[in-house]
Write a protein that binds this ligand. Structure first.
Ligand code: SF4
Length: 75
């Protein structure tokens, strides 16, 4: 997959997230589970844009939205 440099973060919809942890496996530094067992994005974590894209693609609940910076062109 070609990395999209415009991806600057992610948002997890807790109305959808079931804690399946696919996102943690795809982007280990990008997400963690909160006390309720739901995923939260780690802005200061060690992740690459391609990791976040893979996490969003892998989420069975489509709970992850990617945050994009329109000033950074995607590939
Ligand atoms: S893969 Fe989706 S449903 Fe599973 S923990 Fe991550 S955001 Fe939640």
């Amino acid at each position: 997959m070609t990395e999209d440099r415009s991806v600057t973060g992610a948002y997890v919809d807790h109305d959808l997230c079931t804690g399946a942890t696919m996102c943690l496996q795809m982007a280990r530094g990008g997400f963690e589970l909160d006390e309720a067992g739901q995923s939260v994005f780690r802005p200061g974590g060690q992740w690459a844009a391609s990791d976040l894209e893979a996490a969003a693609d892998s989420c069975p609940m489509a709970a992850i939205s990617l945050v994009r910076d329109p000033r950074k062109p995607g590939d």
